[in-house]
Design a protein around this ligand. Structure first.
Ligand code: B16
Ligand code: MG
Length: 210
C-alpha cells in the first residue's frame, strides 16, 4: 500500500492481547455492587475509551447521580478488580499472528511501538513478557486526551523520533481509527473496528500492506 511506512504503532488491548473479558468482569463486578445494569453489548462501547469515559458510559444506566468523588472511587474499585484479573495473563495470551508479525517488522528495520489508552500498559506488557520489546511505548500514563484524540499516537511517533506521515497504526476500536486518522497516519483496522484505510482479517496481512 505505502512504502513510506517506517514505523507501526500498535494499540494494546484487542490488538496485541485480548483484555476485553478482564475489563468486562471488572466493570460488571463494580456495576453489580452498585445495582447498575451492564452487559457485554455496553462493554463493546468501552473499547479504546479511557477509564473515566468508560465509567460515564456505564452511568448512562444508573438510576441516581454520582458525585465526582464517588465516580473516582468507582473507577478505582473497578481498576483494582481488573488489575487482579490481568495477573493471570501470560505470553500464551498474545493474539494469533502477532509475534510473527512483530519479528518480521523488526527484521525489515521497521520501528514498532505501542499506542494504548490504558494506564495498565506496563503491567500487561510485563505479564505477556514484552516489557522491553518495543522501540517505544506511549500509553494512558503519558497523555492528557484519550482516543479519538490523536495524542497517544503522536507521542508514540515523537518517542520514536519518526515523522507522523511515516507511521501507521493498528487498532481494534473505532475511537482508535479516528485517532490515527487525526494523527495523519495510515490506519489498519482489526476485529470489529470500522473505517480503517485497510481492514485486516488477520495480523499477518499487515506485512502484505507495507
Ligand atoms: P485502563 P487500548 C483501552 O486500551 C481499552 O480498550 C479500554 O477498554 C480501556 O477503558 C482503556 O484502555 C483504559 O484502560 O483502565 O487500564 O487505563 O485498547 O487503547 O490499548
Ligand atoms: Mg484496543
Amino acid at each position: 500500500m505505502s512504502t513510506n511506512i517506517k514505523a507501526v504503532i500498535f494499540d494494546l488491548d484487542g490488538v496485541i492481547v485480548s483484555t476485553d473479558d478482564c475489563h468486562y468482569r471488572g466493570w460488571k463486578k463494580m456495576a453489580d455492587e452498585e445495582g447498575i445494569y451492564f452487559d457485554r453489548t455496553i462493554n463493546e462501547r468501552l473499547r479504546g475509551v479511557s477509564r473515566m469515559e468508560s465509567l460515564n458510559i456505564i452511568l448512562e444506566r444508573a438510576e441516581k447521580e454520582y458525585t465526582e468523588d464517588e465516580k473516582v472511587q468507582m473507577a478505582t474499585r473497578k481498576n483494582g478488580y481488573y488489575v487482579e484479573f490481568i495477573q493471570a495473563l501470560t505470553p500464551a495470551d498474545i493474539l494469533p499472528g502477532v509475534m510473527e508479525t512483530l519479528e518480521e517488522l523488526k527484521a525489515k528495520g521497521i520501528k514498532i511501538a505501542i499506542g494504548s489508552s490504558s494506564k495498565n500498559t506496563p503491567i500487561i506488557l510485563k505479564q505477556i513478557g514484552l516489557s522491553d520489546y518495543f522501540d517505544a511505548v506511549s500509553d494512558g500514563n503519558n497523555i492528557t486526551n484519550s482516543k479519538p484524540d490523536p495524542e497517544v499516537f503522536l507521542k508514540a511517533a515523537d518517542f520514536l523520533g519518526m515523522p507522523y506521515d511515516n507511521c501507521a497504526i493498528v487498532e481494534d476500536a473505532d475511537a482508535g481509527i479516528e485517532a490515527g486518522k487525526a494523527a495523519g497516519m495510515v490506519t489498519f483496522a482489526v476485529g470489529s473496528a470500522k473505517g480503517g484505510d485497510v481492514t485486516l482479517s488477520n495480523m499477518k496481512e499487515l506485512l502484505e500492506n507495507l
